[in-house]
Design a protein around this ligand. Structure first.
Ligand code: ADE
Length: 218
């Protein structure tokens, strides 16, 4: 999967993407993440990327020109037809595990537009955006954290990204449930400050362990 991230703050992504599983996935060429600083595309002499809204009102709106040029540049390089342009916004459709699975299965190149201020000029949405996505019913300062959530959630579903000790095979997420159920997890030591791990997990009896886990989903 190739991710193209349009942002005013590319440095925000470094620690999240350059550690652990996402770092390894990039080294192994399972995912590829590219950044485009929207300000670099501004033709304004002060490199401005926002302006006051027509019709008045609070806040600033991200202007068309830098976003248009950045998106056109990315589109000219895209090879796959399984390509989507996403705008991250609190008014978008709610992101979910099911949506992440759809992207991991069906799409191999995405553009993520990170908005700021009051949002982006509607003409960019109308011309380019395939889907508006929200990560939840709350308002963040910008689209960068939602873009990180999207990349992380989709990437771990791509074949080979998780090692066998990190596998999602056993997870009990069901398309019918809106909340993911998990059984309780324990690791060594078997007793910690007087609190015991359930005995059934220590006896190596696979069927009993499966039964216990099923009964203890929460
Ligand atoms: N930008 C600000 N808040 C957001 C949210 N909840 N989801 C996606 N993008 C956002």
């Amino acid at each position: 999967m190739v991710f193209h991230i349009l942002t005013l703050f590319p440095e925000m992504f470094a620690s999240v993407f350059n550690e652990s599983i996402l770092k390894r996935a990039q080294s192994n060429k399972l995912i590829n993440i590219n950044f485009y600083n929207i300000r670099d595309y501004s033709k304004d002499k002060h490199r401005r990327v926002d302006d006051t809204p027509y019709g008045g009102g609070a806040g600033m709106v991200m202007t068309c020109q830098p976003l248009f040029d950045a998106i056109e540049e990315i589109k000219s390089k895209v090879k796959s037809r399984k390509f989507r342009i996403i705008y991250l916004t609190p008014s978008g459709e709610k992101f979910s595990q099911i949506k992440a699975e759809e992207y991991a299965e069906k799409i191999d190149e995405v553009v993520l537009i990170c908005g700021h201020y009051e949002g982006i000029d509607q003409r960019i949405i109308d011309k380019f955006v395939d889907e508006e996505i929200s990560i939840g019913d709350y308002v963040l300062t910008g689209g960068e954290i939602p873009a990180m959530v999207f990349v992380d959630t989709v990437s771990r579903l791509i074949s080979g990204v998780l090692g066998k000790n990190e596998s999602h095979q056993e997870e009990s997420f069901s398309k019918k449930l809106d909340r993911k159920k998990e059984y309780p997890h324990y690791t060594r030591p078997a007793e910690f400050k007087g609190i015991q791990v359930p005995k059934v997990l220590l006896n190596g009896h696979h069927a009993e362990i499966q039964k216990w886990r099923k009964e203890n989903l929460r």
